[in-house]
Ligand binder design. Sequence first.
Ligand code: TYD
Length: 207
Amino acid sequence: MRAGGAKFITFEGIDGAGKSSQIEGLVRYLAGRGCEVVQTREPGGTPLGERLRELVLHEAMDLETEALLMFAARREHLAQRILPALAAGKWVVCDRFSDATYAYQVGGRGLAEEKFRTLEAWVHPGFQPDRTFLFDLPAKVAASRVARATDRPDRFEREQAEFFERVRAAYLGRADADPGRFCVIAADRSRETIASAIEADAATWFR
Ligand code: TYD
């Protein structure tokens, strides 16, 4: 249980799954309930984290360097923003967290799972989001959304559908392993339907 009943909520899914507008919607919903909310993202969320984000999204690098930089940015984010906010009773809504490293670096790129577990246990021992909305949809559908929305694709967005199918499978595996934390959202439905599903879930936090 966190200070004042606040929660750490994350949004996950392959690129093009449509998380962004739903994050805004949940933040508005929580604010309407009188919660103080910190909205943030990974990689990023701090000045140093945003600089690391620019590097991991646009510079070619070794796979293990990529995983280490994701966790370095995360450590800074936890220390500077996430943990202080939760300690002060604020809610934290974050676009991606360690599930993304599991899905992209382990599932997509093939990083050894054991290395991921070591980094996770180092950077946030015993700490996980309270609720994770996983936006799930076929990689081909997501790719056509990304192609429409982006004119300067980053290193991840340039990957092929097979990469994203591996990422998707890794996400679903992680959700299966922790059904109490994950809420899997079928993301090929309308924006309104998805928003209602998220609000219905969020309403249970206030009962
Ligand atoms: P995102 O912010 O969702 O991208 P956009 O701003 O284009 O919507 O995520 C940035 C990218 O970083 C996304 O392709 C997933 C990738 N990523 C990882 O590979 N590992 C990680 O640990 C995180 C947090 C993100």
